[in-house]
Each structure stands twice: as C-alpha cells, then as structure tokens.
Write a new protein. Structure first.
Lengths: 288, 235
C-alpha cells in the first residue's frame, strides 16, 4: 500500500462507497421491517360506531363476526376506554386533554382476522351492521409499507450488489497489477522453495485490508450520520417498540450489541469482498 | 542419488532432450557441457520441476520428480537449489535480506536466521558486505550472494546454470573455489558451463550433451571443442 498509494486509495474508496451504501440500505431495510411488523401487529379493521348505537347492536356485530370463524381477536373499546387511550397518547399536551371528554369519542371494535385474505369475508358483515359510522382498514397502511419496504430492498440490494461486483473487479485488477510488478520476486520465491500459500498470502491479505479500511471509513460516516440525525430518528421511529427500545437507550446492552453486530458485520463484509477480489486475481495470475 | 531414466523433453517439434539416461551419486561434482541449445538448461529445469519430461522418469533419492504433485514442488526446491548466470537477486533488499529469504520461507525465527546467514556469508566471503544492496556489489559478489542464498537452507543438490557466464576469469575461479568447498561438505553439484578452462583444469566428471543427447560421460572429463568451433577459431 505504501508503494502504490493511488491504487490502494482507489480500492479503499470503492470499498467505502459499497459498504456505506450497503450499510445505509441495511439499516433502512431493518427499520422498515420493524415498522411493518408494528403495523401488522395492530388490529386489521377498526369499526367506529355512531354515538346513538346501543350495546346490543355492538354485541350483535361482535357475535356475527365471531360466528364466521375467521377472526383472530375482537376487542371492544368503550367511550371511556377510548378516552383513557387518548389521554395516554396526549399526556404531554394538556390543552388537547382539556378539550376532550368521553362523550365525543366513539366506541369501537378492533378486529383481527386469522389470515389477511379473510378480511374480504368480514367486510360485508361489517357493512351490513347497524350503527356503524366509519371503518378503518389497516390493510391500506400495511400495503403501502410493504411496497416501500420491497422498494428499499430491491433498490438497495441491487445498488449494493452492483457496487460489490465493482469493488471485487477493482481489487482484482489492482492485485493483478501488484502481482505483475512483483513478478521477479514471485519467481525467486518460487525457485527458492516458498510454498504456494507463502507467496499468495500477502496478496490475499492486501485485498482483505482494502475491504477493512473501506469498512472503517463507512463506519465512521454512518456513526456520524446517526449521531447527527439522532433526535429526528428518535422522534420518527421511537414509537416502534423495538427501535425505540434500542435507539432510545444508547448505553443499554441491546444498543451496544446491535451496534457491535452491525459494525462487525460491515467489517466482515468488507474483508470478504476484498479477499474475494484478491482470490480471483491470485487464482488467475499466480498459477503454480 | 539422481537418476534420469530414458528421459526425453520435446518442445513441439524441438527435441530439447532425447532418451537421456544418467545417474549421479550423492556428493558428486559434475560438469554439464555442450554447445548452446544442447539441452543443458532443460536438464537442470527438469530437476527442479520447472519443466516436465515428455517421456522417462527422473528420481532424486526416493522422490519421483516427474510424478510429484504440484503441492510438493516447493519441498523439492528446498532440496535442490539453483544458482543462475543472472543471479536473480531482489534489488530492493540487502545481501543479508536476500540470503535470509530462503530461511524466512521455511519459518525460521530471527535469531536462527541471523546465525545461519552470518555463517554462510562468511563461507562465501561476504561477511563485511551484508548490509549492502545488489547495485553496490560487483558481479562476483552478486554471484556469491546468490550462492549463499541457495546453500543457506542446506540443499542436498546444487544446480549451477553457467554461474561464471558473466564473470572474468579470476572471479570465475573464486566462484569455483566456493562451489568446491560446498561440494566437500557433501552437497552434490551439477554445473552447466561453457568455460573450457575450468572443466579442463578441475578434471571432474563431465557429461557432454549435443542436440539433446548424451554424447560422452567421462569420470575425468575434458571440454572438447566442437569441430566447427575449432575451425572458426582457426579462421
């Protein structure tokens, strides 16, 4: 590296870009997975009732839905329950709390089907029920999230994959050049009885080191970005229990393990990418 | 013991060696002579597995060289060292580092390397020049460094491919003295040469190759100048 700094720099920069992009997309993909899981865990249909709707009508609908055998759970939220939930959600805003009483909040049924495809069977039952004011389907939100998650995975995966191939080709070319430059040394080592692995090892290690250095720079950038965007991330994603639990407690074991796992994985990926590039070059140019 | 049993080596239509059968005992000093293209270098390359014979068997003690797997070639080359006419030294390393290379590859520690390299540099008369780089040495000193690197690992056989080809007569004799000294401690030496003076003065076993075939194998051989070359010299 010392003797050919520009070649080394080219390899390290390419590795850095690949790992930065792969790391960021990995984080985005993981976050979107947990967001999706959070919304999937929520009731799939929420049925809001008109104020005048009596307890009997609500019970009747609950019975009809249960009779289909396609519901996983049905939870009744009374006006008082709704007020408790509202107060919990807005406990930091006294102004909002003052203005709301149990009377103005609707009672509701939170319904989950045993399988998503049963939702279409439950819809007509709800539509035909008396006293229903509004029906909110979680499915729409989930479908949008699935589309986003898939898009992130596809775009990120494809870009990272292309850059990974590019990194391997660049390391391969640079190591190939180094082997050509050290042709005489390789020939002499061969003649004095050096084992094939004694000759190959420095070239293999060099590729791996390019990957490690690239990963190191990517780690610094990602850590810096996370610190910079920390308040924003916490505000947006903190409500998701898994993310909030990890991100909200930077000194917790969960946070440290996640950070260690992520950065360790990034370093390992870098080392592997570099080693693969070297291995291809060594296999091609150092045949004994 | 080295044995060539009906060995032939063809490069396409060119017959570098044809049906060569030779036996060389442990500790012998053998000159390999003949005109350029006679097959001397091919003979040496077959012994280090730089080339494979087209036909025949080559054996070193219990080791059949022509059937040796590629993973065992480096072990053969630790037993059969080679000295070249062009020295093949690394220009960015000192005399000490060039010689130490042969010990580093077999995993010796720094202390052993320092001890063995100092000993061998004393043997070849380079004890005062171990920190010099190749470009600071004369041709004779370069060849001594090359010999030191070859013998420091203690090979059983030393092959010298025209080691005096680039040297003046006086330096050539110095190199020959070193090779004879190495031979007295039991190392088999096979030296390919065009130097008639050395062959005729030392009167060692001499194998003459012509067109890839052994034309003479004499216990106290002489360098027979080819008729055509003699005619040229008269002219």
């Amino acid at each position: 590296m010392r003797r050919s700094p520009y070649q080394a720099m080219a390899a390290i920069l390419t590795m850095f870009l690949t790992l930065l992009l792969a790391g960021l997309f990995f984080l985005a993909s993981t976050a979107s997975y947990f967001v999706l899981q959070y919304f999937e865990g929520k009731p799939q249909i929420t049925v809001y009732f008109q104020d005048k709707t009596g307890q009997e009508s609500i019970q009747k609908l609950e019975n009809e839905l249960t009779a289909t055998g396609k519901t996983a759970s049905i939870k009744y939220i009374s006006k008082d329950d709704a007020l408790t939930i509202y107060r919990e959600q807005n406990k930091n805003d006294p102004l909002l709390l003052e203005m709301v009483t149990a009377d103005i909040l609707p009672a509701s049924l939170e319904v989950s089907a045993t399988a998503p495809n049963f939702l279409s069977d439950l819809e007509p039952v709800i539509k035909n029920a008396d006293g229903v004011e509004e029906v909110v389907y979680q499915r729409d939100v989930v479908e949008t999230l699935i589309a986003w998650t898939n898009a992130i995975r596809w775009v990120g995966g494809s870009l990272a994959g292309l850059l990974a191939v590019d990194s391997i080709l660049i390391v391969m070319t640079i190591i190939g050049m180094k082997i050509a430059i050290k042709k005489q040394e390789v020939e002499i080592l061969n003649l004095v009885g050096a084992s094939p692995w004694y000759i190959r090892a420095p070239f293999l290690l060099e590729g791996g080191l390019y990957g490690l250095f690239g990963a190191g720079i990517a780690m610094i950038i990602i850590a810096g970005l996370t610190l910079w965007l920390y308040p924003l991330l916490l505000a947006f994603l903190g409500v998701i229990p898994v993310i909030g639990g990890v991100l909200g407690a930077p000194s917790s074991t969960a946070f440290l393990l996640s950070a260690f796992g992520f950065f360790g994985g990034l370093a390992m990926t870098g080392f592997l990418l570099g080693s693969v590039g070297s291995m291809v070059a060594v296999g091609r140019y150092l045949k004994f | 013991m080295i044995s060539f049993d009906r060995v032939s080596k063809f490069y396409g239509e060119t017959h570098a060696l044809s049906d060569v059968s030779v036996t060389i005992q442990d500790g012998e000093f053998v000159f390999l002579i003949g005109p350029s293209g006679a097959g001397k270098t091919t003979f040496l390359k077959l012994l280090t597995r730089e080339a494979l014979p087209t036909k025949g068997d080559i054996v070193l003690d219990d080791l059949k060289i022509n059937t040796l797997s590629s993973s065992g070639i480096h072990l053969l080359r630790r037993r059969v060292g080679v000295v070249f006419q062009d020295f093949k030294l690394l220009t960015d390393r000192t005399v000490f580092e060039n010689v130490a290379l042969a010990l580093e590859i077999i995993g010796k520690n720094d202390q052993e390397i320092a001890h063995d390299v100092d000993n061998v540099l004393e043997l070849v008369g380079l004890e005062g020049k171990k920190n010099l780089f190749p470009q600071q040495l004369s041709a004779g000193e370069l060849q001594r460094t090359s010999i030191a690197r070859t013998i420091v690992g203690g090979p059983k056989v030393l092959l010298a491919d025209e080691p005096t080809g680039n040297l003046d007569p006086e330096t050539s004799w110095e190199i020959l003295d070193i090779l004879q000294e190495i031979n007295t401690i039991g190392t088999t030496i096979i030296m390919a040469t065009h130097n008639a003076g050395i062959v005729n003065d030392l009167k060692k076993r001499t194998i003459t190759l012509e067109h890839g075939a052994v034309v003479s194998d004499e216990a106290r051989g002489r360098y027979h100048i080819h008729k055509k070359a003699r005619r040229m010299r008269k002219l």
